[in-house]
Design a protein around this ligand. Structure first.
Ligand code: PBG
Length: 327
């Protein structure tokens, strides 16, 4: 009888051996928590399509940041829901706008204990729900929109953001933001570019979370990437790096692991991936039905995003997974 000489199973025998030879590890340091803060409310409001996630009031936001910081989660990304929306999204750069106030208060309370990232877009602030200025033909005007983003970047940096994260997919947005920040003296404020952001059906629950409906049944396919394409993502990343991005992102994550893996090759800056609202909602819905083990699936899914090559992950699972990793 001849036995196989090499037996990969030898290295799977015990939990300790598996730990020893693990090629990738998911840690608390890999997690960024997206948080929503809504103007004009006094109690947090649950978001039904994102179980466990809420629209925070300014007061309740601090409690969650405190919890995340205690768990060792290194950063949060803030999204705002204003009381009033208009055609250009002017609350996005109002110094008293909800995200600016949230940034200032969080900075005041937590100092440098946690990285404060501000999502930089205007869709939560426009009455038509698009990520920019809409022209007479109903199209988003790229170059006119850059000015809005520049204003928002300076407002967010002034309020205390460590990092601004442009998510509108306008061409030239990183350059416009970098130049506005530098011009206002914010040379130390970093840019996390949503470089490869796809027009995805997986953002549905997020739109509930920020009360966004795109006017006239519209969509973002005119500016976000087409999911048929992958080389285009590499071009978007290259352009953002040339324009001064400090970190780049692929979004969504799970259906785009190939993009994450490709982006990783030859990239020497931090690569983020956004495990988006729809991905979270699917996992939670299946777990709530008892169809999958939610905790195990959460670790596996986030682990796979790391294995694909992401350095860190924006995920609504941040707090619960951080708690699991501490156990
Ligand atoms: C745009 C923005 C969106 C998300 C993050 N930033 C929505 C969109 O592009 O329509 C989606 C995040 C998620 O689904 O979790 N401000």
């Amino acid at each position: 009888m001849s036995f196989p000489k090499r037996r990969p199973r030898r290295l799977r025998r015990t939990p300790a051996i598996r730990r020893l030879v693990a090629e990738t590890r998911l840690g608390v340091d890999d997690l960024i928590a997206p948080l929503f803060v809504r103007e004009g409310i006094t109690e947090p409001i649950p978001i039904p399509s994102l179980p466990g996630v809420v629209q925070h009031s300014l007061e309740s936001l601090g409690g969650e940041v405190k919890q995340l910081a205690a768990l060792g989660v290194p950063g949060v990304i803030l999204f705002g829901i204003p009381e009033a929306k208009d055609s250009v999204g002017s609350e996005a750069w109002n110094p008293d706008g909800i995200v600016q106030r949230a940034l200032a208060e969080t900075r005041q309370e937590f100092g440098d204990e946690i990285v404060l990232i501000a999502d930089l877009c205007v869709d939560e602030y426009t009455d038509h729900g698009h990520c920019g200025i809409v022209d007479d033909h109903g199209r988003v005007d790229n170059d006119a929109t850059l000015e809005l983003y520049a204003n928002a970047a300076v407002a967010q940096a002034t309020a205390g953001a460590d990092t601004v994260a442009p998510s509108g997919m306008m061409d030239g947005q990183v350059a416009a933001i970098r130049s506005a920040l530098d011009g206002a003296g914010f040379t130390e404020t970093s840019i996390l570019a949503y470089s490869a952001k796809y027009a995805s059906a997986l953002y549905g629950p997020f739109r509930d979370a920020v009360d966004v409906t795109i006017a006239d049944g519209g969509d973002r396919r005119g500016y976000q990437q087409d999911w048929h394409n992958s080389r285009e993502a590499l071009e978007e990343i290259r352009l953002d790096l040339e324009e001064g991005a400090d970190m780049v992102m692929v979004k969504p994550a799970l259906a785009y692991l190939d993009i994450i893996a490709k982006a990783r090759e030859g990239l020497d800056v931090p690569l983020a991936a956004y495990h988006v609202s729809g991905e979270y909602a699917m996992l939670k819905a299946a777990a709530a039905n008892g169809w999958i083990d939610g905790d195990a699936a959460a670790l596996e899914v986030l682990g796979s995003i790391k294995r694909a090559g992401a350095d860190f992950i924006l995920t609504y699972l941040a707090a619960e997974v951080a708690a699991m990793l501490h156990d």
